[in-house]
Each structure stands twice: as C-alpha cells, then as structure tokens.
Design a protein around this ligand. Structure first.
Ligand code: DAH
Length: 340
C-alpha cells in the first residue's frame, strides 16, 4: 500500500472516531464507540494498523509516526467524551461493574472504649452511690486554704514543702499561692463550706505530686475521697462503709483492717488495708474528721461528727486487673488499653 493511501485512511479514522465520541449521548453509546474504534481485537484502529506491513519499507517510519499521533488523538477524544459524560469520576462505571453493589458487606466502625481508670471510676461511683454517697467535684488548681490550711496542715508542716508540691507561679495572682492539688481532701472543705451538715459525698479525680515515675509512682494519679458528717457518726460507721465497699469491689471474701496512723485532718487516723487473695494491700488513709476541720468550715463539733477516707484509684484498678506497672496506664498504647 502506498504511504499516501495509508495516511488517508488514518485521517478518515481520526475524523470518524472523534465524531463518534463527540456525538455519544450517554455512557452506553460511548462504550460502543470505544469498542468500535479502540477495541483491542476488532477495533478499527487495529484494522488500519495491520496495513502498516504493506507500506513500503522506506516509508514505514513516516507511517508509524503518523499512526502514533492518530492513536493519541483518538484516545484524547475518548477521554474528553468520558469527562463530558461524568464517567471519569468512577472508572468502574465504564465497564460492566456497577458503582454501587448493595450486596457487599458494610464497613464496620471501630468502636473505642473507656480507659480502665475511667471504667474504675464509674464502678466506684456505682458502689458508693448505692451506699447513699453523691458525687462532688472540685478544681485541680487549688489555693493553700483548701489544700492545706483548712485541712489543719499548718505552714511549717512538711507536706507543704515546695519539693513535694506543684506550686504554680501565676504573675500577679490575687488569689495568693496556687498549686495543683496534692490530694482530693480539698473537696471535703469545698463541700462543707457550701452548706450545713449532714454531708455524704465522694469525689473522684486527679491529684499531682512531683514523684519520679516508676512501676508504682506517677506524678499524676487519681483518688477517691469520701466524707460523711452527721449526728453520732462513729468509727464503726467508717469501718462498715469501707468493708461494704471492699466487698462490692473485690468480692465478699475480702477482709479489712485498720492500722493506727496520723493525718492532720483526722483524729484518730488509720491506714485501711484490704486482704485479698491472701495478701494485705494498703489502700489508703481514713479517720474521724478532726474537730478543728469542722470548726474551720463553720460546723459545730459538739453537734456533729464525721469520718473521711482517701483511696488511690490506680491501685484499685491495677489490683483488679493484675496490672503491675502504673506507667502502662498512661502510655496511651491502645494495644494495652484495648484489653480492658
Ligand atoms: N489525703 C490523704 C493522702 O492523700 C489520704 C486521706 C487520709 C484522706 C485520711 C482522708 C483521710 O480523707 O481521712 O494521702
């Protein structure tokens, strides 16, 4: 075949293909035109291409060059038509596959979960709620009155050492010295300041101490504080409440014991230990609210008495789940947290 004849056929092909693609009114006719012109086996471009071999050897480079141009032109015309019909958005729609297959399984959402400490807090609220304690809250940034003074902790007491507390340097603070609370006992004062007895509350929240983190220490941890003030409250009530609490949380086989201790805001003071699985575990401090504290908030110690306790929540949570390193709770590794 002469080169001129071959080129003429290519020109005719470009014209026809472009017209067909441009004229396609919907995706079906575009697809039909694609098969007619660009079809891999019986397409008309393929058919013309076969004549290449018949072109004289000297003319073949020119014929090949033009063939490539034509191919690009036809493909460009097709892509343009596809874009015009909006089919390009979803290439699958040009084939037999439909865009939406209602028989495919849905994508399941990955559910998160509550942090083990949050779970423990919710459970503690439930147990203490059934014993008649309502939940009170207080700020994590405290003044020295609520964290120390009103709790009978005088200025010279070692608990107020700057090395044992996160004091905050707030420029020109009118409120006086502020610190991150080192205990939830602050909330005892806040609640009693707000209203007269009787009082029956728990408070659960974060406390802060500049301890170096190790398996059993962390500079931030959680406490549950309890306070009950009423007429004729005795140490027997304290022991009963803590025993009921321990039995609800750990099981009825738990034992409880008090060891004499000292806290400035209770008199007498005790350390409360729970025995569980043949082991005695120290769970926190407790005692009868010191008359000085009652006086400080305007209560009459001749009329009312009360008990208070403060327990470490991490310890309860770790014991329950056999967690041996407190740092694991705060590393935010979901592979660990997912287990609870
Ligand atoms: N606030 C104490 C602490 O952080 C714990 C405590 C002891 C709380 C005795 C109390 C209590 O309410 O009566 O170490």
């Amino acid at each position: 075949m002469a080169l001129a004849e071959f080129l003429k056929q290519l020109d005719a092909l470009v014209a026809a293909a472009t017209a067909a693609f441009d004229g396609a009114a919907d995706e079906a006719s575009l697809e039909a035109a694609r098969i007619e012109y660009l079809g891999a086996k019986k397409g008309r471009l393929k058919a013309v291409q076969k004549f290449m071999g018949a072109v004289g050897a000297a003319d073949r480079p020119a014929a090949g060059k033009r063939l490539n141009e034509v191919k690009t032109q036809i493909e460009t015309a097709f892509t343009a038509a596809q874009g015009r019909l909006g089919a390009v958005e979803n290439p699958r729609r040009t084939g037999e596959v439909t865009a939406f297959d209602p028989t495919l399984p849905g994508r399941s959402l990955r559910l998160g979960r509550l942090h083990p400490i949050t779970q423990t807090i919710e459970e503690l609220k439930g147990i203490m709620g059934r014993l008649g304690f309502s939940v009170a809250e207080g700020p994590e940034i405290e003044d020295e009155w609520h964290n120390f003074e009103a709790l009978n902790i005088p200025l010279e007491h070692p608990a107020r050492d700057p090395l044992d507390n996160f004091y905050l340097a707030v420029a020109g603070a009118a409120a006086g010295t502020l610190l991150l609370r080192s205990q939830t006992s602050t909330v005892q004062i806040r609640v009693m300041e707000q209203g007269p007895p009787p009082v029956r509350i728990i408070t659960l929240g974060r406390v802060y101490r500049p301890d170096t983190a190790d398996a059993t220490h962390y500079p931030m941890f959680h406490q549950m504080e309890g306070l009950l003030v009423d007429r004729q409250v005795t140490m027997a009530d304290l022991k009963s409440v803590l025993r009921l609490f321990a039995a609800s949380f750990l099981g009825s086989d738990v034992h409880i014991r008090f060891r004499p201790s000292f806290f400035p805001f209770t008199e007498p003071s005790v350390e409360a230990d729970f025995q569980w699985h043949d082991q005695w575990i120290e769970f926190g401090g407790a005692g009868m609210v010191d008359p000085n504290v009652l006086q400080m908030v305007g209560y009459d110690p001749e009329q009312v008495t009360g008990f208070a306790f403060g327990l470490g929540i991490e310890r309860l949570c770790m014991r329950r789940h056999n967690i041996t390193d407190i740092r694991a709770l705060y590393r935010n590794d979901v592979r660990f947290l997912r287990q609870f």
